[in-house]
Design a protein around this ligand. Structure first.
Ligand code: PGA
Length: 253
């Protein structure tokens, strides 16, 4: 089955509202959405909460995702943002389980699961991030870690809802380090994730689901990943911040 590709920029804690607006202007000026369509690529960015609304307004067809979302509709959760708040500004994509949330905020696959179920109930698309640390990689337990993250994170997700999930494989040791995983590693783990999805949700779902690689993806190396059978796109941090680099990523897919 021929799947679309997805290129998503994860801006993390970068870009003020004004900088994000300038990025959107560049996307429009450079006709990136047209280029993306011609390449069968879905194009998206995940700005900070503060610039979500203005980026969405000026997105010109870009997918605009939040970098997280709380599982509760409202309540005493200082600093969090709820799904109804996101819906109010027409956001319907969210990243969940990024390794920086897991590392700095103690996010577990259980919390991810609660968030994913709440998002799916509201019709969101979710980019669920999984990946092993350097220590786990060295110990040779990458697949055990991925399996736990997938089984727990997607617990009680229905066969209908799995079509709203994208998985991003991001080895923690490759994020922001310049040490990108080899294509062999990326393909091996993405193929393993597809196998797990087929065991859990059936063959058809496993052939349809988009599985991304993330971790030090650059315009110079993105093409190699896209040539892998089971890699359907990339989640990109650093190299997605400048519009010229984002454009080069797309051109090199
Ligand atoms: P990086 O980040 O491209 O800067 O390594 C990737 C990510 O965290 O999604």
């Amino acid at each position: 089955m021929r799947r679309k590709k997805l290129l998503m920029g994860n801006w993390k804690m970068n870009h003020t509202i004004a900088e994000a607006a300038a990025f959107c202007e560049d996307v429009k000026r450079d006709n990136l959405l047209k280029l993306a369509r011609s390449k069968n690529v879905l194009l998206g960015v995940a700005p900070s909460y503060l610039s979500l609304q203005s980026v969405k307004k000026h997105s010109h067809g870009l997918i605009v995702a939040s970098q997280d979302a709380h599982y509760a509709d409202h309540g005493a959760f200082t600093s969090s943002v709820s799904i109804p708040m996101l819906k109010e500004i027409n956001i319907n994509w969210s990243i969940i389980g990024h390794s920086e949330k897991r590392t700095y905020d103690g996010e577990t696959s259980f919390t991810c699961n609660r968030k994913i179920k709440s998002l799916l109930a509201e019709g969101f698309h979710v980019v669920y991030c999984v990946g092993e640390t350097a220590k786990e990689y060295d110990e040779g337990i990458t697949k055990d870690i991925i399996k736990e993250q997938i089984l727990t994170g997607l617990m009680n997700v229905s066969k209908d809802d799995i079509s709203h999930i994208v998985i991003a494989y991001e080895p923690v040791w490759s994020i922001g380090t310049g040490k990108n995983a080899s294509e062999e590693i990326a393909e091996d783990i993405c193929a393993y994730i597809r196998y797990l999805i087929s065991e859990l949700f059936g063959k058809v779902a496993s052939q349809k689901i988009l599985i991304l690689y993330g971790g030090s993806v650059k315009p110079e190396n993105i093409h190699n990943y896209m040539a892998c059978k089971d890699v359907d796109g990339a989640l990109v941090g650093g190299a997605s911040l400048k519009s010229q680099s984002f454009k080069a990523l797309l051109e090199n897919i």
